[in-house]
Design a protein around this ligand. Structure first.
Ligand SMILES: Nc1nc2c(ncn2[C@@H]2O[C@H](COP(=O)(O)OP(=O)(O)OP(=O)(O)O)[C@@H](O)[C@H]2O)c(=O)[nH]1
Ligand SMILES: [Mg+2]
Length: 350
């Protein structure tokens, strides 16, 4: 990051009409209180665009309206699929009737990618959308069978591509944030150092999950939550984190400061931290004070970061004892890395 130039990343959301693409973006933009908006969404006409900055990245989202006339148009004019850095394809897991149609369109899209020389090393994100907790609990066998069918079909038809499979639900926002953030991770600078710090932190405290978010709620780094094959447990943890995201969104919108806040949820203890980092490299004391005061009025030198921790209750004493010490270390260490991202050009919210 010598010149702080941003990388532009084209993220494409594709899939049939009604698959949940625009809903995903609404959740991602709003973070909380978006249910009414999601329920009243109209079909997207052609393409909706959404831009957001994320650390060293300038994200350009293309929400490609999925009605058949638009799909035909995209397939004909291949430029829509050019220079994609992250392709997220949504398959509505609840719409059994259109399952074959959805897989067919994905195959058509992959055919176009092949024609235009899409780099095979960039994984394609296949997202089983509307994977609501209740739906999966009511139809577990069906759900597993459908997932397995799509996976097998894609892997045999397009063996040279790498696919990443996720399940998301708008009623559990973290499932969406987690997927998008994973897709962006390889484009982040300085990521490995942050990741090492988080892993070290996890190992010292035996926490279950630690996640570092930027002020827009995207994940900068997280411990790799060991896959337990326990869907209920995973869902519980994801929901706690979705609750944190909702909380962070509100803190940002209302310009509120906290140091930390903790809660107990069933067998888990969870803690949220807010870090305020400002770029004091080129600033006088006066300017720093000013920056803190005016953080919401577009001050480019200031940003919040959020840190979520989940531990099991019986390990929480250990986690708590370690937290203050590690926290101040983590903070210094994050500051050293993150401050680079906070140059004025990299902090314009669009
Ligand atoms: N149960 C459930 N419903 C969802 C979910 N996400 C979206 N929906 C519903 O699905 C409907 C369609 O969602 P959209 O986001 O508009 O679908 P789209 O893919 O953008 O559709 P086009 O713009 O026509 O391509 C909405 O009425 C949402 O309420 C989800 O995770 N679970
Ligand atoms: Mg739409």
């Amino acid at each position: 990051m010598s010149d702080y130039a941003k990388k532009t990343i084209k993220v494409v959301l594709s899939g049939l009409d009604n698959a949940g693409k625009s809903s995903m973006l609404v959740g991602f933009k709003r973070m909380y209180g978006y249910e009414d908006e999601v329920h009243s969404l109209k079909p997207t006409l052609r393409i909706d665009y959404y831009r957001r900055n994320f650390l060293n990245l300038r994200l350009n989202f293309f929400d490609m309206g999925g009605q058949s006339k638009f799909r035909a148009m995209y397939l004909k004019r291949k430029m829509y699929f050019e220079s994609i850095d992250l392709l997220i394809y949504l398959v509505d897991i609840q719409d059994e009737m259109r399952f074959t149609e959805s897989v067919k369109y994905l195959s058509d899209v992959l055919g176009v990618l092949e024609d235009i020389g899409y780099p095979k090393e960039i994984p394609i994100y296949v997202c089983f959308s509307k994977a609501d907790y209740e739906f999966i609990k009511d139809n577990p066998d069906e759900y597993i069978a459908r997932r397995a069918m799509v996976k097998k079909l894609l892997r045999t038809t397009f063996p040279e591509y790498e696919f990443q499979f996720y399940q998301t639900s708008i009623y559990n926002l973290y499932t969406i944030i987690h997927m998008i953030s994973n897709g962006l991770r390889s484009y982040l600078d300085g990521y490995n150092e942050i990741q090492d710090g988080i892993v070290e932190y996890r190992d010292k405290t035996e926490i279950i999950q630690a996640i570092l978010f930027d002020h827009t709620g995207l994940v900068i780094s997280e411990t790799f939550n060991p896959k337990s094959n326990d869907y209920d447990l995973e869902n519980k943890i994801d929901r706690i984190i979705s609750g944190h995201l909702e909380f962070f969104g509100q803190l940002e919108d209302e310009d509120l400061d906290i140091t930390s806040i903790r809660g107990v949820d069933g067998e888990f203890m969870n803690i949220c931290y807010q870090f305020h980092l400002y770029n004091d490299l080129d600033m006088s004391e006066e300017q720093i004070k000013d920056a803190i005061k005016k953080k919401k009025s577009g001050n480019p030198y200031y940003a919040n970061y959020y840190f979520s921790i989940i531990s099991s209750l019986d390990k929480s004493i250990l986690a708590e004892n370690q937290i203050n010490e590690i926290n101040s270390k983590l903070r210094d260490f994050l500051k050293a890395i993150l401050i680079d991202y906070q140059k004025p050009r990299s902090f314009v919210e669009e």
